[in-house]
Design a protein around this ligand. Structure first.
Ligand SMILES: Cc1cc2nc3c(=O)[nH]c(=O)nc-3n(C[C@H](O)[C@H](O)[C@H](O)COP(=O)(O)OP(=O)(O)OC[C@H]3O[C@@H](n4cnc5c(N)ncnc54)[C@H](O)[C@@H]3O)c2cc1C
Length: 421
């Protein structure tokens, strides 16, 4: 019997495998696809660098020569853009002022090879069909489809790292859709995108598109190819009556900076659609199981937080799994500190993103405030696990409330309404 079976070889599952291997714990990672496989999620937060360093992956990232990302530029519609350099806020355990944009097929493949080199056993083309439980509702293993047959892989602990399919969330009916956000994504790679000023050309660029209750991103994949993506409200798309292609093309014209960047752009692959968000599991651990990364929760990726959050969840989950195996107690009680942390962080992000959407200028307001700027930078760099977020959220909330109360407020027209799902 394997001590730990991990479902999914994405950033969450592979990072967990690396942390466990470094702690002397062996794991089996089951992956339904065959790497290299494409994936959305190409701009990484600076906090990922801490994890790369801890799992000895940083030299591999440097050797891979991915484009370096020195910051983010926000382009509100009709107002001047706000650049933020990661160097402005040094983080513990991160001694470089940049992170990376990655071609995920290459990045995930490199991480997989690294996990294997540390001793993880990885089986590709293996789809987890069902997590198995005994009468006491404790995990006993996984039913897996592999090489045309179904087999049972016994395990003491199963980790769901299978992404937005939420393997365990669906099986145990723990998945709850977000009460407000009902969006989808469209993205592709392009040649000849005008990346703007030279000093911020390799930053992540975020363009606000309030009429679609969404936004778009621009991120370099290499010196010639740029990833462009759109996140928009599903209801608005359905009402538009447009084809996906036309909806995407029209969206590029909704923000002047985006229109300028994409005027001469030529698409080099098919538009890819992303559904299945936003949601959270009501419970992210149980007797003999833990969910990490997108398998635990997913919220609008506007701050490029997904991969960083997935890796940090893997980091915390590894600590609890080690404690469980050392004590022999793999019950939910042992994993609860992990759940507390994940649900607390998720609540902070949720609050932040709701305020952000309700009144987009509330974000620019705190970013441009000398009192709050550093704390905001800390938050959007993936440092959710800190106490400094409360004053930012209070400040944003107070601006939103004052705009809601005053019919003649200059920002009144910028309040965004979201129908409940
Ligand atoms: C539109 C959009 C834009 C985004 N932009 C960014 C961004 O710029 N930066 C960022 O950090 N994040 C971004 N994200 C989020 C990012 O894609 C995810 O948060 C990240 O990939 C999560 O990693 P993961 O390992 O949890 O899941 P995944 O990367 O999805 O990996 C899960 C793995 O599990 C495998 N799997 C699935 N089901 C099974 C099964 N039953 N059995 C075995 N294996 C299985 C899958 O094949 C996959 O390899 C974006 C997401 C979207 C939708």
């Amino acid at each position: 019997m394997s001590d730990v079976v991990i479902l999914g070889a994405g950033p969450a599952g592979l990072t967990l495998g690396c942390y466990l291997a470094k702690a002397g714990i062996s794991s089996v990672i089951l992956e339904k696809a065959h790497h290299p496989r494409p994936h959305v999620g190409e701009s990484l937060m600076p906090s990922t660098v801490r994890v790369f360093r801890e799992i000895d992956f940083l030299p591999i990232m440097e050797a891979a020569e991915f484009p370096r990302s020195g910051g983010i530029v926000y382009h509100p519609r009709g107002r001047k853009s706000t650049p933020i350099a990661y160097a402005e806020f040094p983080q513990d355990g991160v001694d470089q002022a940049y992170t990376y944009h990655v071609d995920r097929s290459k990045f995930d493949m490199l991480l997989l090879k690294h996990a294997e080199s540390l001793g993880c056993q990885i089986v590709q083309g293996a789809t987890a069909r069902e997590v198995l439980f005994d009468e006491a509702a404790c995990v006993t293993g996984v039913r897996v489809a592999v090489a045309g047959q179904e087999i049972v892989v016994p395990a003491r602990i199963v980790v769901d790292a299978a992404g937005r399919g939420t393997r365990l969330g669906r099986q145990l009916e723990l998945r709850r859709d977000h009460p407000v956000f009902d969006q989808f994504g469209l993205h592709a790679w392009f040649f000849d995108v005008d990346r703007g000023k030279r000093n911020t050309a390799d930053y992540t660029h975020i363009f606000f598109i309030p009429e679609l209750r969404g936004w778009a991103w621009q991120a370099p994949i290499n010196s010639e190819i740029t990833s462009l993506g759109l996140v928009a409200d599903k209801g608005i798309y359905q009402e538009s009556g447009l084809s996906v292609e036309d909806f995407f093309t029209k969206a590029l014209g909704h923000n002047a900076a985006l229109a300028k960047a994409t005027r001469g752009a030529k698409r080099l692959n098919d538009l890819k659609g992303e559904v299945n968000y936003s949601y959270q599991l009501e419970q992210v651990c149980g007797n003999g199981w833990i969910a990490i990364g997108d398998a635990a929760r997913f919220i609008d990726p506007i701050f490029s937080s997904g991969v960083g959050a997935a890796m940090h969840m893997a980091r915390f989950a590894a600590e609890r799994i080690q404690a469980a195996l050392e004590s022999g107690d793999v019950s939910r009680a042992t994993f609860l500190p992990y759940e507390d942390k994940v649900l607390t962080d998720a609540a902070i992000w949720d609050d932040f993103i709701r305020l952000f959407y309700r009144l987009l200028p509330s974000f620019t307001h705190v970013v441009e405030s000398p009192r709050h700027r550093l704390a905001v930078l800390q938050l959007i760099q993936g440092e959710v696990h800190s106490d400094s977020y409360a004053p930012i959220l209070d400040e944003m909330r107070s601006l939103v409330t004052s705009v809601e109360r005053a019919d003649d407020h200059e920002l009144r027209g910028e309040l965004m309404e979201f129908p409940r799902r």
